[in-house]
Design a protein around this ligand. Structure first.
Ligand code: IPE
Ligand code: IPE
Ligand code: MG
Length: 253
């Protein structure tokens, strides 16, 4: 077990280079179930606790000057979980959104949801669209939540939409390039993440942002999501700042 330092990292830690921070962090919030199990609690308690972790990460992005955060909340594959857990999560999302909207306004956060939103429970959709509309002009942290999100599903729906436009004569085959394709993704207008953090030690993407993560740096921590905090974020950022992002080119050293 790592011993946590008794300092409150509100301001950017001095060992981090402010000029080389990622401009967009994506996070796979994993390990809620294991966190609860280790404590003899039902899995849902891990999800419940995970909300506080996400709130603090969002605040930390604001405090440290990281302009964009994307969090994976529910995958297209997560429907395969026990009904009780799925229903708890849907209700949790709705409850948290309703509760946090005012604070997001005060904090100047812009929230967006990516994923197949139209099949989510209608009462949740209502909160989702309300929060997106209300925070639309906020200029603080750009916060994206991937809900009923699947990278493959996103790519397929983009292809369909493009094919439809070609069929209707609105687009030519020659118009299709990476820039155009990106405009058909859920993440249209949001820059690609520079850093992907996954908690709980799993070394896979689990269908998250397959297109957008093409050149992201990946940091995996053993820490379970409910235990993730600013100290671990600092570790991830320190590690990130030691990397050389070559983008397929030849390195400096
Ligand atoms: C991630 O934690 C949260 C969601 C997928 C909604 P898990 O629920 O996957 O936790 P583990 O991986 O089973 O521990
Ligand atoms: C990925 O975690 C999805 C979310 C964090 C929302 P999972 O726990 O569903 O992924 P796998 O099953 O370990 O790949
Ligand atoms: Mg998991």
């Amino acid at each position: 077990m790592t011993v946590k330092q008794p300092i409150v990292l509100k301001d950017l830690p001095t060992d981090l280079d402010q000029t080389r921070l990622p401009q967009h962090i994506a996070v796979i919030m994993d390990g809620n179930g294991r966190w609860a199990k280790r404590r003899g609690l039902p899995r849902i308690m891990g999800h419940q606790r995970g909300v506080d972790t996400l709130k603090d990460l969002l605040r930390c992005c604001r405090d440290w000057g990281i302009p964009a955060l994307t969090a994976y909340a529910f995958s297209t594959e997560n429907w395969g979980r026990p009904l009780e857990e799925v229903e708890f999560l849907m209700t949790l999302f709705e409850r948290v959104l309703r509760r946090e909207l005012q604070e997001m306004m005060t904090e100047n956060v812009r929230i967006r949801f990516v994923g197949a939103l139209d099949v989510l429970p209608p009462s949740l959709q209502l909160e989702i669209y309300r929060s997106m509309e209300d925070t639309e002009n906020n200029t603080g942290v750009q916060f994206t939540v991937a809900t009923n999100y699947g990278g493959r599903q996103e790519i397929v729906q983009s292809c369909r939409a493009i094919a439809q436009q070609v069929k209707q004569g609105l687009l030519n085959l020659d118009d299709i390039n990476e820039t155009l394709f990106e405009n058909f993704l859920y993440t249209k207008g949001i820059p690609d993440p520079d850093l992907l953090i996954r908690t709980s030690g799993e070394m896979r993407l689990s269908n998250f942002l397959l297109w957008q993560l093409a050149y992201a740096e990946i940091y995996v921590t053993q820490t379970l999501w409910p235990d993730f905090d600013r100290h671990i974020l600092r570790d991830a950022l320190l590690n990130y700042q030691q990397r050389e992002r070559r983008f397929g080119k030849v390195g400096k050293s």
